[in-house]
Unconditional design. Structure first.
Length: 73
């Protein structure tokens, strides 16, 4: 496979359907940041389903409010 070859859509869909990826309609590349180890508190982890990251949250503010997700930058 060359670096610029198209990815198999079925493979991409499979990968994006599993953690840490989270499906939020209209938002791309959103991920759950839960279960990552804490740097500040050794031996602790971030709580799953409470902290998300994406480059697209601002475009979907109404949906995020409906889902009770607070967006910040």
């Amino acid at each position: 496979m060359h670096d610029l070859d198209a990815l198999d859509p079925a493979h991409v869909a499979d990968v994006l359907s599993r953690p840490p990826f989270v499906h939020i309609p209209g938002v791309i590349n959103s991920r759950d940041l839960g279960l990552y180890p804490s740097v500040i508190f050794p031996g602790k982890i971030t709580k799953p389903k409470h902290l998300y990251r994406s480059a697209e949250f601002r475009r979907r503010v109404r949906l995020l409010v409906k889902l009770a997700i607070v967006a910040f930058s």
